[in-house]
Write a protein that binds this ligand. Sequence first.
Ligand SMILES: [Zn+2]
Length: 325
Amino acid sequence: MRCIFCQEEKSPGEMSLEHVFPKAIGGTYCIKSVCKSCNDRLGHSVDDALTNHKFIEFQRMSLRIPGQSGAVPNPLAKGVLASDSSQAMRSLLNDSGQLEPYLVPSVRVINGDGEKKTINFRIDSRDKDKLTEMVNKKLKRLGQEPLSREQIEAKAEFGQSEHPEIQVKIPVDLIQYKRAIMKIAYEMACTWLGDQYTSDALASTLRECIFDTRLSGDWSEKYPIHGQIIFRDQQHSLVPFINDRPYQHIVFLTRVQEKIAVYVRIFEIFDALIEVSQQADRYVRGGSHFLAIDPVTGVQYESTFEEEVRRLGEKWNIARGIRRK
Ligand SMILES: [Zn+2]
């Protein structure tokens, strides 16, 4: 078998099961045309930029889609107290999907006059039982005698804040996630157009771009790839008519005269329309394809682009008919 990325002949044992849309975003559609070493390399250097993208993490958190570790991501987890930026805070996701503030234990030594030192311990009320151990550990390090729980609690001050304001910094990647989306377009073009797609002029340009770990903002000058990859919202949506598949991942391939384009949608967050070939006549299997994946249930819907457009048209007509009555 030939791998669609390194293009080397491999034994069946060297091939792997590749999730076209990463598993961590609920992708269930798999192909077997990527070798293990390419799959490993692309997983770290390409897919992670998409699955760990902050916008994607917010969506995974709200749909409760776990990653490989089994944990649902929480992009708001680490922050600081707004009123004291030196105090680390956590926002923990509880079982009902709500965020609960948690104060990270902190120890501060305040130098007083001469030999005397003041040590401040700050802990969350949920860690109350750990206080004695924490204080005595510090005292031991300073060569001091330990204190009893009662002695420590006698000095404690209790405060309460129902809704502490927590500041969180959220870095947003603007470039690297695009390689992961191009990879999805490339893999589906290989799947739907057949083996000979790998020798298409645009296929090799796409591969180079996907492997370029130093892709920068001017990538479209370096790689002659026509298309758009955008953050999607109501004003900016490349295919707004597919409007009854909330959160689903969508990919379709369509032919326009000599050109073939692949559209990719990740949740309702990213939209991409990428030209994958300028030689449509090379492909007997060209045609048109449509695939949607429900990231929560894993259910896949496969048809053609025309079929999907017809389905939406009928649905729209039915809705209009009901309104007339
Ligand atoms: Zn390979």
